[in-house]
Design a protein around this ligand. Structure first.
Ligand code: FES
Length: 64
């Protein structure tokens, strides 16, 4: 991988992991910044800190 590409890793039944720092814009225009080395983005919409993952996805798994 070169520095020109930012890697996003999609996990099954969990967050998308993206290399930080990142600036996120939600569908209502809210801007969220994170300086973490790896940022976990919520894909399940259950997070109380959406768009960031708060591990709420662990409480209930999707049905197969
Ligand atoms: S993916 Fe972790 S709370 Fe949604």
């Amino acid at each position: 991988m070169t520095d020109d590409y930012r890697r996003v890793v999609l996990t099954r039944d969990g967050p998308a992991l993206i290399q930080g720092p990142v600036e996120l814009v939600t569908d209502d225009g809210t801007v969220v910044r994170s300086d973490r080395f790896v940022v976990a983005l919520c894909q399940c919409r259950r997070s109380k800190t959406f768009p960031l993952c708060d591990t709420s996805h662990r409480k209930r798994r999707r049905e197969a």
